[in-house]
Design a protein around this ligand. Structure first.
Ligand code: FES
Ligand SMILES: [Fe+2]
Length: 394
């Protein structure tokens, strides 16, 4: 984010502070509890939001060298993204063309070949089948190619996205809707991955998103932990239906008293969190970047991944320990206070005892996110009924 962008937002923050009416939504919103617990609704979300996507996969630096690959589960569809020798990216179904065995797992790096662990069919990095044991006599009557099945992948601004349902191209700038104008200075292209932590939770995937895009709860749920440091307010803006929220340390208020107005900045007093719809966040913490991703497993279960990136590779063990401590801080409150609360919320909604939840005007990120989700699901269902989406996915 440029100094000018930071200064403008700091001035907005200063103007909103006395009224405490920070970045409010025009109106509150009721959302059906079934949006979190109904299996049919979950299937609709997977089709509308995840399979058609595009979905954030990773930062470019996590798949940087020729042969580097990352695997992802996108609404149950196994995807692998592979860096080519010429620096381009390709994405495939992570499924062997022989008898559908999974080819790769986790993240890693291959030399020239991707070899299936079941019967050793070999594919080059571009997905072309190049070796097949006992091919002569076994498969010499097979017609058509047996190359890996392509999926659309795009890389821009240091971010990689995939469309899991097809190889139909998409436009990242259209998806980001201008938020990328704030990425300068974040060093996304060169950010160095330090470590990823992951944990499975008994809750709907959207409750992970709900955790981050309102700060109303900070002074209550986090009374004993982060409330002394953070404000219970966020600066909120809408980027094409995706909330960008800026969490604020209380130290930023001192700046208004001690620094000239022209010098006001957000960082290091803030964390800027960008929603990469539907299921990920890019977070700039002032001196480093984090990504948070949630992979839905079922309507009642999801897996969360958080990765911390340092601006450059740590020079020594002390530096590495510093970044790992940062990651632990990021996880601690979320994993011990936020997500346990969300699992209890999910359990309550699952009983069917309540029909709906409320998002206040003071929770504009929630209003925006769930409006976008609901509209996308409704639009997809309408198109599906007309047959257009079914045709696009075929
Ligand atoms: S399933 Fe991959 S080689 Fe047989
Ligand atoms: Fe929280």
């Amino acid at each position: 984010m440029t100094p000018k962008q930071q200064n403008d937002l700091a001035h907005r923050l200063r103007a909103e502070t006395p009224s405490e009416r920070w970045s409010h939504a025009p109106q509150s919103m009721r959302n059906s509890a079934s949006a979190y617990v109904d299996p049919g609704r979950y299937d609709d979300e997977m089709a509308a939001l995840f399979l058609d996507g595009p979905v954030f996969v990773c930062l470019s630096s996590e798949c940087a060298l020729p042969g580097a690959y990352v695997t992802r589960d996108i609404a149950g569809v196994p995807i692998v993204v592979v860096r080519q020798k010429d620096g381009a990216l390709r994405a495939f179904l992570n499924i062997c063309r022989h008898r559908a065995a999974p080819l790769l797992s986790g993240d890693g790096k291959k030399g020239r070949l991707i070899v299936c662990p079941y019967h050793a069919w070999g594919y080059d990095l571009s997905g072309r089948l190049v070796s097949r044991p006992e091919s002569e006599g076994g498969f010499d009557d097979v017609t058509g190619d047996c190359n890996l099945i392509n999926r659309a992948v795009q890389e821009l601004h240091g971010l990689i996205f995939v469309r899991a349902s097809s190889d139909e191209p998409f436009d990242i700038d259209e998806k980001l809707a201008g938020m990328e104008s704030e990425f300068s200075g974040y060093g996304l292209e060169t950010a160095h991955p330090i470590e990823t932590r992951t944990m499975t939770w008994d809750m709907n995937w959207k409750l992970v998103i709900d955790t981050f895009i309102e700060a109303y709860h900070v002074r209550y749920l986090h009374q004993e932990t982060i409330d002394p440091v953070f404000l219970s307010h966020q600066l909120y803006d809408d980027f094409g239906g995706a909330p960008r929220v800026i969490g604020l340390r209380k130290s930023i208020l001192n700046q208004f008293e001690t620094e000239p107005a022209a010098d006001w900045r957000l960082f290091p007093h803030a964390a800027a969190l960008y929603t990469l719809m539907p299921n990920a966040f890019l977070v700039y913490q002032g001196d480093h970047v984090e990504t948070w991703r949630v992979e839905p497993i079922s309507v009642d279960k999801c897996r969360v991944f958080v990765t911390l990136f340092s601006p450059s590779p740590p020079a020594d063990d002390k530096s590495l320990a510093y970044w790992i401590k940062n990651l632990e801080v990021a996880c601690r409150v979320t994993f011990t206070e936020d997500f346990p609360m969300q699992t209890r919320i999910h359990a309550n909604m699952k009983t069917g005892a309540i029909d709906e939840v409320l998002y206040g005007k003071n929770e504009p990120g929630l209003v925006q996110f769930h409006s976008t989700v609901n509209e996308t699901v409704d639009r997809h269902k309408a198109l599906n009924r007309s047959g257009k989406i079914v045709a696009a996915q075929a």
